[in-house]
Design a binder for this molecule. Sequence first.
Ligand code: SF4
Length: 702
Amino acid sequence: MVVNRICGMCQGGCQVNVTVEDGKITKVEPDKTSPKGRLCIRGALTPELLYSEDRLTYPLIRDGKRGEGKFRRASWEEAYEYAAELIKKTMGKYGARAMASYLGRGVLGMPVGRILSNNQKPCLMKRLGSPNDFNAASICNMASSMVTPVTTSGLNTRMMVQDIPNSDYIFSWGKNPTTDDGPQMLIKSIKAAKERGAKLVVIDPRKNGIGELADLWVPVIPGADGALALAMLKLIVDGERYDKEFVRDYTRGFEEFKTYLETLSMEQLSEWCGVSEEMITQLTEIFCSTEKISLVAYTGLEYQLSAIQNNRAIFTLWAITGKLDVEGGIYLNCRNVPTFSPKELPTENKPIGLDEFPLFYKFIGGGQFCRFPRAVLEDDPYPVRGLILVGGSPVLTFPDSKMWRKVYEKLECFIVSDRYPTEDSRYADVVFPACTVFETYKPVMGADGKIALIEPAIEPVGESRDDVLILAGIAKKLGVGDDYPGSVEDLKEWLCQMIPPYAGDFATGGKQSPRIYQKYKSGELRADGQPGFPTPSGKFEICSVLLEENGFTPYPEYKDIRSIPELNRPEFPFTMTTGARSMHRMGVFGANLPGVAKAEPYPYMDLNPEDAKELGIGDGDWAQVTTPFGTGTFKTRVCGMARHCIHIPHGGGSAYMPEAWRVGNVNELTSLDYNDPITGFVTMKSVPCRVEKAEITMESET
Ligand code: SF4
């Protein structure tokens, strides 16, 4: 039997034909009749992933020390009882706020957010009385997709279309669409644009991937994108090459920002970003040559010391040179947008991280999970001792893996729901086996933009269950889950109350209304019909009202990582960047599976050829990388990199991975303590380091 489904191995939403034989998936192929019919290596490996020996197929209760990874098989009833008892005990001893939950991206598009995420009504933690429900928003996407655009244009990036098909130039800034973990649609549109004559400018420390397609590659020092943007802005403002009418009528804070730019020298900015003044001039000439420039950027710019302000500088570049809401630039695909209303800060029962990052709370209505370790290890701001972890692996995806291991050792209640054992689950009290999207109901977006529910392709593997049912089982034992579903049938009904059954076409594009440009002039952008932007001032805010009111510098101010004395030491002359995505793995998911490990056998350290020569390190040699926070060993790949900069992929460090990935954990080399002050996002994109040749041999190489 062949059934048409959405692939369940990442959130890419590819449309696939799934062959099911004797109740098992034996093959997954792209649906070639659909525009969304695509398949990557993970999708093709679905049978291997689903029926892997590693797959969790029944509940486990810890039968050894935390971290030993020793468990015994348990019945569902026993596991639910035990988990509920631990939660009750922890809340009884330390209060309800001592429990926290974290929802990771490894849930692969499952509907569990409806029970665990803070902006959904039946949120489990809130029912227990704890404000500490976290998700990947603490480390991904919120800074670049929400905080930056809202504090400039009042919009979010979902409302912005990069008009690549009509661009003269595409600026890919801190993003590598050739290695994205999704279905790679962006790179296809960039290649199509290049074929019709558009030019590609890549601003990135790495040349690998998209940089190899670039007409101009600008190797910037990781984390210093803001310095480069300010240098371009300085040339543009000093040379009066900006759109004077736009600046006069539609911006706030231009003069204040201009005064700030006057305090900066081109020499200093060039030194910070590692791009010569000649190249900055060349780049600025290109940038000012046309309005038709689209911006391809994403989270690569948000893990920096002044991440929000760096991003705001880049948005300001586009705005004051007339590239907003024009053909070929950034099209504002929205109308009548209300001004963002910050969430009110609670005065009691505050989540972890709120006191330090209150503005982040005002955006997401929750705390900052990067401060969870302090709450457990130092009782700061209060003791936290319990964690429900669903589809996530903070020990490998957040900086400072060693600290997370200490955190897990100190927890008194640690419950994990996942599809595979993770490094984190080795420390858990109870591990529940969750199923994948192929085995349960999946919300999908139809062509009309509405969400609909698609049926499972197969029964869950082993005893695995939908994460919703797992959490509902625990909630029922705690007396707070009477209205949560108790069976697969209930689950379908429960989801259908929120999401109608799938009954249409999710593949085609849906209707698009005709474009209207420069809506800020006509009043169509703002909900009140007035000209301008939906910001508090009604203008494009170079100086943000929200930042000002919350005690931050209102204009895009740059802070260099090396302005921190303890990081700017002569023994760390290189800068390391990490956190980039892989098209073979999704976060930490996959590296332990043979087919995926074969495609990406090592966590490579990318090194510039001249640096490699000076250091006496050859392609394929093992190298030791040391930062102020730790040391690790990685296989060298000599390739296009900015001078004195290295790149290492994240995702290693689990006992369940092949040796090279097990020891090659870049997050032993990063820190949770240096953050963007507005969001609390960690600065893993720019870590001072040194590189040396390592004389080691892996078991797998003997
Ligand atoms: S990108 Fe790959 S894993 Fe993701 S949905 Fe598409 S085929 Fe599946």
